[in-house]
Design a protein. Sequence first.
Length: 660
Amino acid sequence: MLPPATIDGRKRVVIENITPSVDGGRFNAKRCIGDRVAVEADIFIDGHDVLRCVVMHRKQGESRWNEEEMTALGNDHWQATFEAAEIGVYEYSITAWPDAFLTWRHDLSRWTARDDVVVALKVGAGLIDEASHRARGADARTLRGWKARLDAEGDPMAFRAQALDEGLASLAARHADRRYAVTAEPVLAVTVDPPRAGFSAWYEMFPRSAGKSRAHGTFADVEATLPYVAAMGFDVLYLPPIHPIGITKRKGRNNALKTSRGDPGSPWAIGAAAGGHAAIHPELGTAAEFRRLLDAARGRGLEVALDIAFQTSPDHPYVTGHPAWFGHRPDGSIRYAENPPKKYEDIYPFNFETEDWKRLWEELLHVFVHWIDLGVTIFRVDNPHTKPYPMWEWIIGEVKREHPEVLFLSEAFTRPHPMHRLAKLGFSQSYTYFAWRNTKEELTEYFTELSQDASRDYLRPNVWPNTPDILTEYLQSGLRPAFIARLVLAGTLSSNYGIYGPAFELMEHVPRAPGSEEYLDSEKYEIKAWDRDRADSLRPIIARVNAIRRANQALHRNERLRFHDIDNPELICYSKSTEDFGNVILTIVNLDPVNPQSGWTELELADLGLTVVNAFEVHDLLTDARYLWQGPRNFVELRPNDLPAHIFRVEVLPVITRAP
C-alpha cells in the first residue's frame, strides 16, 4: 500500500508549540498598537540539516505576506517578532525548510582534508548554480560569478575560504530553495487594540448623582465634574446605564420592594415609555447633550464608557413589541429575573432560546451600533456570562469589523472557565477576583497566574477594589489605610484598574447588613449628594498613584510582574520593569490596615536589572523619600496610619572604582 497522496514525504520539518496561539488558533491573541508580537515555536527536522525559519505576517485583508527571519534560541526553540503597527487584526504563521546551502556551508567549514574540500566545492557550485536560476538581474549575475569561481582550477583551500564569504551566504539566502518548506496550519491571528486596552484607569460614577444636591443630575452636571475626574488622573469615565428606568415593580431605597415618592429606581431596570436601550433618560438630557459630554471628556483626555445591560424593565418597549423574546410562566406572565433566594421583580431577562433568536441578536447588535454612531468607543457589558457565548462572538466580531477601535469590558464575576471563554471570544478586558484576594499568598498566586499563565495572551485583567455591588469586608473594617492599600495594589499589580467613586475616595464602608457586600443606602437605588471636596478625601493619593502610573512605563504592562520574598506575611513585595530595565518599579504594601509591620526583603536582583555589586537608590514616588540599598536584604517598615505602601523607583548608582 502506498503512502496517502496527501502526504509529501520530502517535507520533513516539524513545527510545534507555536505561541501565541489561543486554543490552537480557534481564537485570536490580543496585543495593543505598537507592541511587538513575539512568535515562538519548537522547530526541528530529522538528521542534521540546517533549518531556516521565518514568521510570515500581514494585516488581515492584505494579499502579500511579510517575513521576519527567526532566531534559534537553543533546544530547537525559535523566535521572531513583528510590529503590531495598526489597530485591527494581523495574521501570522511560520514557514520552515531545510536549507541546502546553509547545510553545505556548515559542513564546508568543518572539512579540512583537501580531497573532501574539492568534492564539497563541486557540490556548492551546483547549489549556487540552482540559486542563480531562481534569482534575477544583478543577483543572478553575481551568483553565476561565484559558481564559475568555485569551478575554476586552483587551490581548493583558498576557494574554501572564499566560499565561506558572508556576502555569498546572504545572497544565497535571498534565493533559497523552498521546495520542501513546511508552513504551520492553521494561520493564526492577533487582534490589535488601542493603547487603552492595555493601560487604563477607570472611574465609575452615576450621572444622576453628578449634581450638588439630591436633584436628578444631568449630562451638564457630569460635564462639570470632568475637571475633578481628570485631575485625579483617570482616562476612562464609566457611566452606569443612562436609559429610561421602568416604573412597574420599581425598587425603593436599599432594594425595598415598595417605593417612596421620588425614588428613581435602579438604572439596570431598563426601559419605559420614553424608550429602551437606544434611548436616554429624559432627566439626564438629550442625545446632543450626550455628544457634547463625549467631546468635552475627550478634550480632557477622557473617554466615556457606557454600560450595556441586556435585560429590561416590565415597561420596556420590547415587552409589548416582542413578547417572544422573553420567558413566560404557566399563567402567561413574563418571568422576571431570579437568583434564589433573590428576586428581581423590576427586571425581565431575555429568553435566548426563543424561536426569534436571530432578530433578537440583530437588535442587540443594533444597540451597540446606535451608541457607537453617537461617539461611544468603550462599553462595559453587564453580566455577559448569562447570555449565549456564540452571540458575543458574533456581536463583537461584527462591531470590530467596522469599528476596530471599540473596546469591551466583561463584567463577569463568575467561574474561571466562563470568564476565560468571554475573553477568548473578544472582550478586550475582564473584571477579576481581585476584590476577594486579600492575603499575600492569595495575591501572589492570583497575579502570578494573570501575568505569567498562557491566558495573558487573551485575558486582560481590569481590577477593581470596589464596585456598586461589591463592598468587601476588608474595606468595611480597614478604613483609610485599607482603601489606600487596595488602591496601590490595584494600580501597580495591574495595568488596568478602576474604582467606583465618589464612594471610594470618600471611603464609604458601611454595609447594608452584617456579612453583606451591599452598601447601606446604595446609590443603585437613590440619588446621592456627594461632598467631593471633603477634607479627608483620598483625591490627592489617587491623583499621585495615577501620576506615578502614567510616568512609569513599567506599570503599563503585566508580563514582567515579579514577586519578591519578604519575611513578614503581612508585607507583600513585587516589581515591574521594562524589558531593558530602564524603568524598574518596586512596590511594598502593608496588608494589615491596623498595625505597623516590618521585615527584611530577599530581592531577586536579576528581576530588577541589578547584580550584587550594584548599590542602588530606591526613590519612594509617594513621599519623595530616598533610601540607599545594597544587595537583596533590606529593611522595611510601614505604618498604616502614615502610609501603608512604598512605590519605589529603583535607580542604579554608578560603580566607583579607585585608581590603583
